[in-house]
Design a protein around this ligand. Sequence first.
Ligand code: ADP
Ligand code: MG
Length: 393
Amino acid sequence: MTNDPQSHYPERTQTITRTVPIHGDGITPENAPEHNALVNAYRALIKSKGISFPTSFEFVGKLGRGRQGQVVLAIRRGARGCVTHHAVKVYDPSIYLSSAQYWEDMGRIASQITELHSMRHPNLLSRGMYEEVKGVGFVQMEEIDGIDLTDLLTDKKISTALKQMPASEADRLSKTIFHNLSSGYAIQPGVAVFIMRQILRGLEALHTAGFVHSDIKPSNIMIDRLGYVRVIDHGRAVRHGEDVRILLGSLGYMAPEAHKRLASVTQSDLFSVGLVGVEMLRGEALITDTKTSEAEIMALKEDIPNRLHDLMPDYVRENETLMNVLYSLLQTDVADRASNAQDVESGEAGLAVVHRQLAQIGKDMEYDRELQEFMTYMVDPATNRIKRPVASA
Ligand SMILES: Nc1ncnc2c1ncn2[C@@H]1O[C@H](COP(=O)(O)OP(=O)(O)O)[C@@H](O)[C@H]1O
Ligand SMILES: [Mg+2]
């Protein structure tokens, strides 16, 4: 359904040739009056803290802000007093050069939601619904009551979370979930492997359905209140092998072939999982300087297999199986890289083996339970929802 006569959902084509500008790239909009009106409608909608048509949503909190717009916590008031909570992502037209481009991309999102609608998996965000109001696109999604992986990778947020707990519990969790290195907190291998395995299971479902997520990175991984890991933000998912001539992912996490604007393949996601894994295990991103040029970022990535040993803390380095999985994920050439998510997750030399080895030496634990306990202390008693930690000094 569409509420705006100007909106249109173009047919999906095999080759996407337009260039959708990436947020913050210093683009200059074409300033067409129509586009200005659309951008104003978006701003008014965000400011009014709600949507009143076709059903009413009241924006009651902010959940996040990505490159594409804002994600808000919204109360949906349906017929006969039916009140439900949702995450609503409102797409910002100001990052596009024209309303035509914006609606073209919205059409892609709408058709992709249609295609992904039948997919259900515990490690994927469940199906959303695309709507438009005054031409401004938004998606109503299930709200995940939890944190995203950036919260577990930011030292200052971890400190905030630990400070909210009784000292004995903070002390315990800071050892079971985290490893306190001199440079800050890293995530314990068992927990990092657990998170990677869950991401891979979600990806296995997406890949089997023929899709590449294209934007695996910490802010697109959420951990819910029960410790379940969910891959979110399928907005850039494309078909395996689809010839996409635009930059889909995020520079810091995309696979080398994506830098070369080659067709996206499912193994491109596996490279990104490798980078997320390395970041958890060393507690620090490999690529931190956002000002680094794309060519430099790519060179850094191509050099990872040579540097991986030195980049890792010693207790990770000693784990041969884990290191081999990381090497296989981070190969520059797709042909040399691990071939599928299932093998990496539970194959003969996959991450499941690392968990079994930890069990043999008595170092395993109920990983989801530990994460759940960590989050118990973030529940805001006033709302009974997770209050995500803010970075404290
Ligand atoms: N369904 C959701 N429930 C709770 N928080 C969410 C949800 N979707 C997104 N978020 C939060 O909002 C942030 C941005 O959302 P995302 O879908 O990744 O948007 P973008 O495409 O702009 O990156 C996420 O990193 C996450 O912290
Ligand atoms: Mg995102």
